[in-house]
Design a protein around this ligand. Structure first.
Ligand code: COA
Length: 259
């Protein structure tokens, strides 16, 4: 499949995925969603891809939301389908066993904020702005935003953001826990790559299990503490654990086989 709305590049195991509709502030139309879904099929399957860096094209936007121009013809039934589809794709991003980091380089609004929140964590450039402005359109977030924003920033702040439609800048986003670090626009991708590089020097098996255990927090089908016990136990059966512990005891750097 040729991607028409995504730019893709791989370097040192990091797949950079850039949503590329800068003239529409990278709004998520049906095609972008299809292509994101497809690229994550590849991310899950291809061992050469060890992490994902997700960003938006241009200097103005990460993603300014779902494509509003597609909405007027949508009725309730189709609205449900749209939300299910968006939620499925964003859940696959969140559940990806390899690290997925959002580089938020401008507006992250509506579905764009939801996309950033489905990544494992976020860095933002100092010109980034976040918001869930759906109420301006007579809508609510539908791609997981009501749930993920609440988990990230707490119920009171999430309620205010979603009821007012107000935006917050990068510093405020950092202060409320929506992003981990704020950089200059020019340093954003390098800063993400530095953190991803650190993560990629660790046991990939253990990193995948951290993702799974943390995701169990809001998975109602799982008891998170029981999940932690199970995943912790599994680590003791891995070659990565034997290598990591041996390397520590032998005072050398580990070289993780990733199994
Ligand atoms: N869906 C479709 N098109 C969008 C879009 C979206 N979510 N966000 C921006 N665009 C388009 C604009 O329509 C415009 O297209 P045009 O040049 O063909 O008219 C282009 O992107 C540039 O946006 P513009 O509004 O001119 O830029 P701005 O700097 O004046 O304003 C925003 C930037 C982000 C404040 C404004 O675009 C906006 O409010 N976008 C919608 C955000 C939103 O409600 N998202 C949630 C959707 S559920």
């Amino acid at each position: 499949m040729n991607h028409k709305t995504l730019l893709i590049g791989i370097s040192e195991g990091i797949l950079t995925v850039t949503v590329n509709r800068p003239d529409k502030l990278n709004a998520l139309n049906g095609q972008v969603l299809e292509e994101l879904d497809h690229i994550f099929d590849i991310v899950y399957a291809d061992p050469a891809i060890r992490a994902v860096l997700l960003t938006g094209a241009g200097e103005k936007a990460f993603v300014a939301g779902a494509d509003i121009s597609e909405f007027l013809s949508v009725g309730s039934e189709r609205g449900i389908e749209l939300a299910k589809k968006g939620q499925d794709i964003f859940l696959r991003i969140e559940q990806c066993p390899k690290p997925v980091v959002a580089a938020v380089n401008g507006f992250a609004l509506g579905g764009g904020c939801e996309l950033a929140m489905s990544c494992h964590f976020r860095l933002a450039s100092d010109n980034a702005r976040f918001g869930q402005p759906e109420v301006n359109l007579g809508l609510i977030p539908g791609y997981g935003g009501t749930q993920r924003l609440t988990l990230l920033v707490g119920k009171g702040r999430a309620m205010e953001l979603m009821m007012s439609g107000n935006m917050v800048d990068a510093q405020e986003a950092k202060a409320i826990g929506l992003v981990n670090h704020v950089t200059s626009p020019g340093d954003l991708l390098d800063a993400c790559r530095r953190i991803i590089g650190t993560i990629l020097s660790k046991s990939p098996v253990a990193v995948g299990k951290v993702i799974a255990a943390v995701n169990a927090v809001d998975d109602k089908s799982k008891d998170g503490y029981a999940e932690e016990i199970r995943l912790f136990g599994e680590c003791f059966g891995t070659e990565d654990m034997k290598e990591g512990v041996s390397a520590f005891l032998e005072k050398r750097k580990p070289s993780f086989p990733g199994k």
